[in-house]
Design a protein. Structure first.
Length: 119
């Protein structure tokens, strides 16, 4: 799993449309391509409407979920999972890999639920 996949996983757990995120590599020498990428992304976001609107989530509920997700990502359990993975990557020479997605998703959901209850 790469970093963009991790962000998508968080968004899916928040029930936020993953079309709201994009990662495109465009060279500085590709000005027309840059304009095209930005225009397409802007149009896509505009068509989705305000965050929460297309997802059917109230602004207050969405803010609550985002705060819980932020607390979960900053929490010790996920940080320790990434630290263990970093040690393993260094040992194995397999840089750029994140912990298995199913393990991270379960951990994230559990931590988010714990923080949502405490808010």
């Amino acid at each position: 799993m790469n970093k963009i996949a991790f962000i998508r996983m968080i968004m899916e757990n928040l029930k936020i449309d993953t079309d709201r995120i994009a990662l495109e590599w465009v060279s500085a020498a590709e000005a027309p391509r840059f304009v095209q990428v930005i225009t397409e992304f802007t149009d896509r976001i505009r068509n989705l409407g305000a965050m929460g609107q297309s997802e059917g989530i109230s602004r207050q509920a969405l803010l609550h979920k985002i705060k819980a997700a932020r607390m979960a990502v900053e929490g010790m359990k996920l940080r320790m999972a990434f630290a263990k993975q970093a040690k393993q990557m260094k040992k194995d020479g397999t840089y750029g890999q994140l912990p298995p997605q199913d393990k991270l998703a379960t951990m994230l959901m559990n931590e988010m639920a714990r923080y949502e209850k405490s808010l």
